[in-house]
Design a protein. Structure first.
Length: 434
């Protein structure tokens, strides 16, 4: 029990340190400014983090009196679109920082006193883990806002270690047909859309051993991929024309070379990194141009978790232990994806690399519930999004914390989104023997 409390406390501290870094990096004008209509002002994210923490941990789990019940409606994400949040009477930066600090003090008191057993909400520290993941998800959202921000660079981090790059070898691997266990019924902090575990059959297929690189994607651009409707779905081609897409977001041509803007730094596009800031339609068009397709969600999870030697599904591609710096590029440790072929110690049993971290990977699957799904602890986390146009993304990015990603973790977004840290890898059907 004490180890569980220590794990929760460490995760709470890590998430708050990151929230503080992201909000203290800019002045108050930048905190209240809307850097894109796609995103909230940073100060809204900060107070929303505190409000969700208060609702679930102070009031619900702790049974304490409200800290600021008067702001619940302001920070309800379903009540106000991101584009409209600058029009609200939001807490000022000073008020927001004071509020989240007051809430956190009460949360640590609740953590010291409440039993971490006896109900589904607290078993294994679930409610605390849910709030940790919520804060880390908003931290990644705030990191995306920083990418959209115009001004001098304010975030800094070392580049990935080149010593963690190893020769790739085969560019794709064969995944045999058969059943495997998808989802989880045992991961203590797994969210409702990851549950329950179930057996599913996947036909044989091939999957790329690494994500598609900038160099690979440049070949698609140079071949006129953005100008050829053969590679695009009908919906994708209509969006490409409407949005006038010609390259990944944040890229610009400079004579005969391509540059990109990365957290206010303008630099040549590095050909060896996974491509990032592409939408689902761009990913699908590239895959078709390359004679392949995007993986489905069951294919991705089987490639990431299934161990053919034991028949069981792992928590992560490399095993059951939590991610280490040798396994994956996570947690904003670096402000860029690592080169393709990095982290050989994080490979799956079949040798697929970088399935966790670096870039979220678009999959050719709609966001739908698993068999036996039950909303918990509230419908608005997952259930209200089922059945929309959302496409699934898996694996996390360099901006995703280890608490908010695992082999079963599911992300989703509209197929036109490009401000997120999204990339992809390709797959193809296994040809039947002739």
């Amino acid at each position: 029990m004490e180890r569980a409390r220590e794990r929760v406390a460490e995760a709470l501290l890590r998430s708050r340190a990151r929230s503080t870094l992201l909000t203290d990096a800019v002045d108050d004008d930048d905190l209240v400014r809307q850097h894109s209509r796609l995103m909230s002002p940073l100060v809204w994210d900060l107070a929303h983090i505190g409000n969700q923490e208060e609702l679930w941990l102070v009031r619900d789990v702790g049974g304490r009196e409200p800290v600021r019940s008067d702001i619940d409606e302001l920070y309800d994400a379903f009540q106000h679109s991101r584009a409209s949040r600058t029009e609200l009477p939001l807490l000022s930066p000073t008020e927001a920082r004071t509020y989240v600090a007051q809430v956190r003090d009460k949360v640590f008191d609740v953590l010291d006193r409440v039993p971490l057993h006896g109900s589904r909400l607290v078993d294994g520290g679930f409610a605390f883990g849910m709030i940790v993941q919520h804060e880390q998800q908003h931290d990644e959202t705030m990191l995306a806002t920083h990418q959209l921000r115009v001004g001098a660079p304010v975030l800094h981090a070392p580049d990935p270690d080149p010593a963690l790059v190893a020769p790739i070898g085969a560019r794709e691997v064969f995944v045999p047909a058969g059943e495997f266990t998808m989802g989880t019924s045992t991961e203590p902090w797994a969210l409702d859309n990851e549950r329950p575990a179930f057996q599913t059959h996947v036909d044989a297929f091939y999957i790329d051993t690494v994500p598609v690189s900038n160099g690979d994607y440049l070949a698609f651009i140079d071949a006129g991929g953005y100008d050829d409707p053969r590679w695009w779905s009908e919906v994708g081609w209509a969006y490409r024309q409407k949005a006038k897409l010609t390259a990944p977001r944040f890229w610009q041509r400079d004579g005969d070379r391509w540059l990109r803007t990365r957290f206010s730094v303008v630099e040549p596009v590095p050909v060896d990194e996974p491509v990032v800031h592409v939408c689902f339609h761009e990913a699908a068009a590239y895959a078709k141009w390359a004679g392949k397709r995007l993986p489905t969600e069951p294919e991705w999870e089987k490639a990431a978790r299934h161990d053919p030697a034991t028949g069981r599904s792992r928590r992560y591609p490399w095993g059951d232990e939590d991610p280490g710096v040798e396994h994956a590029n996570l947690g904003q440790r670096h402000l860029r994806p690592a080169p393709v072929g990095s982290y050989p110690k994080g490979a799956s049993p079949l040798g697929v690399r970088q399935l966790i971290g670096d870039v979220w990977e678009w999959l050719d699957s709609d966001f739908q519930p698993y068999p036996g799904f039950a909303a918990f602890p509230y419908r608005e986390y997952s259930e209200v999004f089922f059945g929309g146009d959302y496409k699934v993304l898996r694996g996390g990015s360099f901006g995703t914390d280890s608490a908010a990603v695992r082999g079963t973790f599911r992300n989703w977004d509209h197929p036109i989104r490009r401000q997120i840290f999204s990339g992809f890898r390709c797959a193809r059907d296994a040809r039947p023997a002739s």
